[in-house]
Design a binder for this molecule. Structure first.
Ligand SMILES: Nc1ncnc2c1ncn2[C@@H]1O[C@H](COP(=O)(O)OP(=O)(O)OP(=O)(O)O)[C@@H](O)[C@H]1O
Ligand SMILES: O=P(O)(O)OC[C@H]1O[C@H](OP(=O)(O)OP(=O)(O)O)[C@H](O)[C@@H]1O
Ligand SMILES: [Mg+2]
Length: 397
């Protein structure tokens, strides 16, 4: 405990250390309030190094701005993610487009349409944003100022995919290659593609050797275009595939332009030049990573008879699904026998992937585990998140 004391003293929150287990890998339990969970985990703030020329617009405001989808299918899930990370948004009215996250005092939240979030990141009017990867790719157009800070927020899953009719001349066409080789497409009579993605799709067609193609667009319900005689193929977002199926269309091999889900994206310029932007991004990233990592895991606690903690640990580690994140935490359970206190049972605590839960319980029982308790995990904070390291390296820091 004395080793950890200096760290806890930096942390303003009251805590109660409960158990300590000998080195080399120390497990410990403390109680902290939900509000202070991050301040206890990130021990040092980052120094922002300023590179190259400064953008004067960066200094027009002190607040860091985060753009969130104002409506549509990403909006509710984005608010839910933030809430799950103890970053609930204070918004008096859903029609009010500016809001605050009390936990992040230097941050302003601005609700915008997803494509406008990307445009405003590029113009310097927003510093951070949460949108679909498809939107970043389409409206960001490969601009190097955009940096994906977290590429997998685990909602908004879909793919940008080419679809053609199941019937007529397309009946036996099942791949992009076969589509490209159809003799029907000529300079006079090109393949007509309806899409809302006017940057990504022509680029994709060119890269895949489709020479004779023309494009049309509409604001929605693109799946109607082939049956209406407006297009031969469509390129749109697909998630369940229901809309394609209900309109007699099929996806083909090689026709996926990109896979998408919600991402946290930032302006490189803002991260490098705006005071506090990198620290705030670090905190948001840590919270997201810790929450998303925990989503896939359960904590498993069990009791096991044994001669020593090492002997119990050896038995646990002999099972392939019981190694936990770093190894099992093994603690003696003290009982009184004939007036003497002794430990003949040990409590083991491990994290197991949700998918491997039943297998883990079986393995625990096989080595003598009893009283197996399963609880959900809220956060898993690593020493450092790999995405943070990656971000610093992308920024050249
Ligand atoms: N089946 C789906 N169809 C469309 N978008 C999906 C689907 N599943 C997930 N998404 C995600 O949701 C985003 C669309 O959200 P939304 O409908 O709010 O925005 P939008 O259509 O871009 O906005 P606007 O209506 O202003 O054009 C997509 O960019 C994508 O990332
Ligand atoms: O694979 P699915 O689950 O069926 O989802 C795909 C459909 O959802 C989206 O349309 P949206 O519902 O936004 O309507 P819109 O085309 O009128 O904008 C997208 O443009 C597809 O049409
Ligand atoms: Mg649609």
């Amino acid at each position: 405990m004395s080793l950890l004391q200096p760290y806890f003293q930096q942390c303003p929150t009251a805590f109660t250390p409960a158990v300590s287990v000998p080195a080399p890998c120390l497990s410990f339990y403390i109680s902290v309030s939900k509000r202070s969970v991050i301040s206890c985990c990130s021990s040092q703030s980052q120094t922002t190094v300023i590179n190259g020329k400064l953008d004067s617009r960066i200094f027009d405001r002190d607040e860091i701005r985060l753009g969130l989808p104002s409506k549509g299918r990403m909006a509710a899930d984005t608010l839910d993610l933030l809430k799950d990370c103890q970053l609930s948004i204070k918004q008096v009215n859903p029609r009010q487009y500016v809001a605050r996250i009390p936990q992040l005092s230097n941050l302003e939240v601005w609700f915008q349409r997803p494509k406008d979030i990307v445009r405003k990141l590029l113009s310097g009017d927003l510093d951070l944003g949460i949108v679909g990867f498809d939107t970043v790719s389409e409206y960001g157009q490969g601009n190097e100022d955009l940096i994906i800070v977290h590429d997998a927020l685990e909602y908004g899953d879909c793919r940008l995919s080419l679809a053609i009719p199941k019937y007529g001349i397309f009946e036996n066409i099942n791949s992009l290659k076969e589509l490209a080789q159809m003799p029907q497409w000529t300079v006079e009579k090109p393949l007509r593609v309806a899409t809302g993605f006017s940057y990504l799709v022509p680029k994709f067609m060119k890269e895949n050797g489709l020479k004779h193609v023309i494009f049309s667009t509409a604001d929605g319900a693109l799946e109607a275009a082939p049956a209406m005689g407006i297009a031969d193929a469509i390129l749109d977002l697909v998630s369940s595939g229901t809309t394609l199926r209900e309109n007699n269309l099929k996806e083909i091999e090689g026709g996926v332009v990109l896979e998408s889900q919600a991402v946290l994206v930032a302006s490189r310029k803002a991260l490098i030049q705006r005071k506090g932007a990198l620290d705030t991004t670090h905190e948001i990233l840590e919270r997201f990573e810790a929450h998303l990592r925990a989503l896939g895991q359960f904590t498993v606690t069990a009791n096991m008879r044994g001669r020593s903690a090492e002997e119990v640990a050896e038995r646990v580690l002999s099972q392939p699904s019981l190694s936990g994140l770093q190894g099992p935490t093994v603690s003696p359970v003290f009982r009184k026998h004939d007036g003497k206190v002794a430990a003949d049972y040990y409590a083991i605590v491990i994290c197991v992937p949700k998918k491997a839960l039943y297998k883990s319980v079986q393995q625990l029982r096989a080595i003598g585990g009893s009283g197996v308790l399963i609880s959900p995990l809220t956060y898993i904070f690593d020493e450092e998140t790999p995405r943070w390291r990656e971000l610093l390296s992308k920024l050249g820091l």
